[in-house]
Design a protein around this ligand. Structure first.
Ligand code: GLY
Length: 442
């Protein structure tokens, strides 16, 4: 019998973190993904950048990002101790270089905003910028230093999480979830899956999720079906399929998270060794670019941001622009060996904040929409979703309730505190409808 306490759809870093933390609490977990780690978890650059990725989104998301960044050192150390695999967590800080006087003025505004939020950052003169990163082009007018924005090697992180869940006894199924099984009220509530694990609190708690409560009558999600025709049953199903989270049949449209694919391309270069010490970011003539130096001399350059539906083909223009802008900031990059272009889809949400929490149907938890912060938010998403399933309070997740957009649709003003509402018709449709893959990240 394919039965467990928890099913996680999607084995990117988000799904794996959830599976790992749930299994550590004694829950039996099945994680299902046709190609674990092949999605945005592989394309990401691994920046842990709550400060320099902040785009005037607001305090709730900043608080979530900062808290996850705070948890990162222990998360990485625990993974390393358990698996013997180093995920390349590096306290390197981030330099944001201004391209011209107008860009410097914009950075000053960002810095002032950061100060109102009590975020640690400081403005740099031109001289300070060059002394922090001597490889930067001469003549840049100044910049901003974010000493707490670090990095992890997202691919090593994914490998370490895979090893951790395997070690914890999580069942990993290489298949595509095509459908969610819903049934009437009979199976709702706490389900004894017959495993040795503890009971899980699968029911919607009307006190903490007023919008979610019984929005779909007595229906309850009780498992999934894969493309191989296999059924898997669990008390709780976690939808962590990143940009592909809407491509699964069986759920009412209002329950599907309003996630949309935002294409990102990154490039991987090798050497020159020791060229950069910190993550370097810039806005060259209005084009955002970042360069993430790994300790082994590799460099990750990113990233395009394209509204191109589910098209993951690399685009020559994006490769050209990234190389041009990166080499404008750091001229010696032109001498590096070109290794790879990688393309995937970030799961964007209508307000750029993730959707993490109970869905408006019993038995389903959503953990997607991490947009540009999937790698950063893995520790906190894993911890908090495991707490939620165990029935513990998760106040930090309250602003990220997946039902906030449904609430906005129903309200007379048409707006929620979280952001603007969208309709399903406005979202790109996955042509395969059944594809799911990894959650996305920075
Ligand atoms: N967080 C970096 C990106 O999404 O490109």
């Amino acid at each position: 019998m394919n039965s467990s306490d928890v099913i996680v759809i999607g084995a990117g870093v988000i799904g794996l973190s959830i599976a790992w933390r749930c299994s550590q609490r004694g829950m039996s977990v099945t994680i299902i993904d046709p190609t674990p780690g092949a999605g945005a978890s592989a394309t990401a650059a691994g920046m842990l950048a709550p400060v320099t990725e902040l785009h005037f989104e607001g305090r709730d998301l900043l608080a979530l990002n900062l808290e996850s960044a705070t948890r990162y050192p222990a998360f990485a150390a625990e993974l390393a101790e358990l698996t013997g695999l180093d995920a390349g967590f590096r306290r390197c800080g981030t330099v944001q270089a201004a391209w011209d006087a107008a860009d410097l003025a914009a950075l000053r505004q960002v810095h002032s905003f950061q100060q109102t939020l009590q975020v640690t950052s400081q403005m740099l003169t031109s001289r300070e910028l060059r002394s922090l990163e001597p490889a930067l082009a001469a003549g840049l007018p100044g910049g901003l230093w974010a000493e707490d924005d670090h990095q992890i090697d997202n691919r090593l992180l994914h490998a370490a999480l895979m090893a951790a869940v395997a070690k914890a006894g999580v069942r990993i199924v290489a298949a595509r979830v095509t459908e969610v099984i819903t049934s009437g009220g009979a199976e709702s509530g706490i389900v004894d899956s017959g495993s040795a694990g503890p009971e899980v609190a699968a029911t919607v708690d009307a006190a903490t999720a007023p919008v979610a409560s019984r929005a779909h009558g007595d229906a309850v999600v009780s498992g999934v079906v894969t493309d191989g025709g296999e059924s898997y049953r669990a008390a709780v199903t976690v939808l962590a399929a990143g940009a592909w989270s809407r491509g699964i049949a069986g759920l009412p449209d209002a329950v599907l998270p309003p996630v949309r694919p935002v294409k990102g391309q990154t490039l991987r270069l090798r050497g020159p060794q020791g060229l950069l010490t910190h993550v370097v970011r810039g806005n060259v003539k209005g084009n955002a670019v970042y360069i993430v130096p790994r300790s082994d001399g590799n460099l990750v350059i990113g990233a395009s941001s394209e509204e191109a539906g589910f098209d993951v083909r690399p685009r020559a223009g994006a490769v050209y622009e990234l190389l041009r802008d990166a080499a404008t900031l750091v001229p010696e990059l032109s001498e590096a060996e070109f290794v790879e272009v990688s393309t995937s889809l970030r799961p964007g949400s209508p307000d750029n904040a993730p959707m993490i929490g109970r869905a408006a149907i019993d038995g389903l938890i959503v953990a997607t929409g991490h947009f540009r912060n999937g790698i950063l938010l893995s520790p906190i998403t894993g911890d908090e979703v495991a707490r939620l399933i165990a029935g513990e309070p998760t106040p930090i997740l309250a602003p990220f309730n997946p039902s906030r957009f449904a609430r906005a649709r129903r309200s007379t003003t048409g707006r929620s505190s979280g952001g603007s509402a969208v309709t399903a018709a406005e979202l790109p449709q996955d042509p395969r409808k059944i594809e799911q893959s990894a959650e996305v990240g920075a």
